[in-house]
Design a protein around this ligand. Structure first.
Ligand code: NAD
Length: 270
């Protein structure tokens, strides 16, 4: 990898990855529709809207690998999701194809499977069960990645990120947390592993309470350094005084599942 592009570079994860991937590749290009805060003179930034195909085609010229973080990162109206995560995501992959880009690492989300109950243990071969339009768009991004890998030979890794933070902030996050350095390790596997065709992996640290089998990541060499359980007391303390939510507490996706929920009644024994 000579030239790596980070989309969504002005965002929360983008800000971390700007630091953690600095100096790893000879050229790191940052892009977003917003200018990142604290941009330094050594950093290369190109503003572009994912929904603008011509801008994306220009942006990806000479790019070997992409970390695609850009897009709508929570539930929103269909119009917003559609522009950023459907049109925008397709544009990104299509611009990669046009420019002969070799790798795309796509930031997928746990919300692509958020309507699995918390007692379920799932792997990446389980069918998607999105818990929101946002989750639907992430399942779409995975499907586009799979298509571009099989049909055009692009190498693609979709990382279903649980939740990135310095430490897990509540009980649910004890199951789904990933530390910044563990996510960096996964991203580098996605960009650099010589045999990658198309893979879906869980973006989680070494979490004792995980709901997800991360064998695919392990097979590719992922060895997480951090454990959510090391922060258990802090995370559980955050639950004090929190009002229970029968829907959000039942499903893996958490509170987003409860927004406008009129699905099946939650089983009593839960
Ligand atoms: N933060 C997490 O724990 C988490 C968990 C699961 C998945 N993800 C995914 O990781 C990615 C990054 O998440 P984040 O927390 O940094 O989100 P964020 O909202 O902080 O950053 C997203 C960035 O994308 C940019 N963006 C939005 N629409 C755009 C468009 N049309 N064109 C160009 N840029 C656009 C925004 O300006 C923003 O800077 C997202 O794709 C998100 O869905 C994050």
């Amino acid at each position: 990898m000579e030239t790596v592009l980070i989309t969504g570079a002005a965002g929360g994860i983008g800000g971390r990855m700007r630091q953690l991937l600095k100096g790893v590749y000879p050229r790191l290009i940052l892009s977003d529709r917003e200018t990142p805060k604290n941009l330094t003179n050594e950093e290369e930034f190109i503003a572009a809207d994912l929904a603008d195909m011509a801008a994306m085609t220009n942006l990806l010229q000479g790019v070997d690998g992409v970390l695609h973080l850009g897009g709508q990162a929570m539930e929103a109206s269909w119009d917003i999701i559609h522009q950023a995560n459907i049109v925008g995501c397709h544009n990104l992959f299509e611009a990669a194809r046009i420019n002969g880009t070799r790798r795309v690492v796509f930031a997928s989300s746990n919300h692509a499977i958020g309507f699995y109950p918390r007692h379920a243990r799932i792997g990446v071969d389980h069918k998607v069960r999105p818990d929101s339009l946002y989750g639907v768009s992430k399942a779409f991004g995975e499907a586009v990645g799979s298509y571009y890998a099989d049909n055009f030979g692009l190498g693609v890794m979709a990382i279903r990120i649980g939740n990135i933070d310095d430490h897990p902030v509540d009980e649910r996050r004890l199951s789904i947390w990933i530390s910044p350095r563990d996510l960096t390790q996964l991203v580098r596997i996605g960009l650099e592993h010589p045999d990658l065709v198309y893979e879906v992996v869980w973006g989680i640290s070494d979490n004792a309470r995980s709901w997800w089998d991360n064998e695919a990541a392990r097979r590719l060499g992922y060895r997480p350094q951090d454990k959510a359980e090391d922060h258990r007391d802090h995370a559980l303390a955050a639950e004090t005084g929190r009002a229970p939510n029968s829907v959000g507490d039942y499903y893996q996706g958490g509170d987003i599942c409860a927004e406008g929920y009129s699905g099946r009644p939650i089983p009593e024994e839960s």
